[in-house]
Ligand binder design. Sequence first.
Ligand code: PXG
Length: 458
Amino acid sequence: MPKVERNSKEWQALDVAHHLHPFTDPKYFDAKAPLVVTRAEGSHVWDADGRKILDGMAGLWCVNVGYGRKALIEASHAQMSELAYYNVFFQSATPPQIELSRVLAELTPAGLNHFFFTNSGSEANDSIIRIVRHFWATEGQPEKNIFIGRTLGYHGSTLAATALGGMQAMHDMGNSTLPNFEHIMHPHWWANGRDMTPEEFGLKAARALEDKILALGADRVAAFVAEPVQGAGGVIEPPSTYWPEIQRICKKYDVLLVADEVICGFGRLGEWFGSQFYGIEPDLMPMAKGLSSGYLPIAAVAISDRVHNTLYKGGVFSHGFTYSGHPVSCAVALANIQLMKDEKIIERVRDDIAPYFRARLEDALADHPLVAEVRGEGLLAGVQLVKNKTTGELYDPAEAVAVRCRDHCLEGGLIMRAVGQSMVASPPLIITRQEVDTLANVLVESLDRTMADMRKAA
Ligand code: PXG
């Protein structure tokens, strides 16, 4: 098929006419056309007019090994030539899906030895809800069916994943809530706990789980679901006391612990999984994004021996997707994992680039009048913007301070995300020191421009 060549303006006109964009205000397009990305290499993307842009978000927190990696491209070509599709329903299997399950069992925390494949993180979380309810029913406790998530938690966009997450705007759209989904506070010290030490606040935030379990009754609570570091909620890393206390509470009340590794998995925190970074021992673990570095859609649920043994007794597991364990996606995930091992990408994140990234952002931003807090772990960063650095007063949300900053970043050749009144970054794990310097410099210039806008508007 011949390649269609159009410039940005032509692509934009067609896009606005025919495509409904996820998480996008349609009115936005009245003022501004979408960024049309046509190619990418390493940590950079190019738009349809040939402009080079540093991708500070690794796509959507997923292109961990960077763009254009031959090993992944060739793995997909080879697998597609040999076996483009076969399914894993009933009594079928394919070598890439078997091999990927074996490799994942080696990488995931001890006790997680069984894998169910889906095409997205949302489907992985939706599957977990069905698996957990089936687990407790088979254990003779069908009433133990309530899920506890957190405010600002993000677990996906299917109806069940939306109900599990704690995003108010998503719940409000089309009344997307369900019975038996509850939420506790998110552990953001700067926003919610500055009157105590981070360690005290970490315990307080974790004990909200215990209070909720006691209020509902432990015999009603099936599972607690949380991201090791909250990503889409604005990059919120918990204080050091948080996860050990959560683990203690889940064990005490026999509530299954689900660590949503969709963003933290595959090296983002300098370990294979965020659970290893924090010493969490989850019963179930959804993973996606970095599993294939976003080259093809694939996600998985890691399942503990305990849960799996019960599912085994529960008879036919009536759940699955046509493309569960798709052989080409599995082959690409295997090539991605092998590349991460060969290039020691995780060791480099832990020992070199993440410490550099943190130090560089701290140096560049700590004294900026618009910045209250630089947070995050590994190659995840959240930058809290404030109207008044001394009092912590925030801007009126209608002033869209972070969206302005994001737009200035893009004009300066850098993609970052605006979340509420924070700027977030999640660059490819192969980002160089020089690219980190560029990211920090463009962000500072964009913050300066944003401050000038806010002064003009005042
Ligand atoms: N869990 C977590 C922790 C996620 O971050 C999902 C589940 C859902 O995955 P799928 O593959 O169904 O999208 C996610 C996805 C953003 C943004 O920039 C975040 C996600 C997706 C799109 C945008 O905030 N996270």
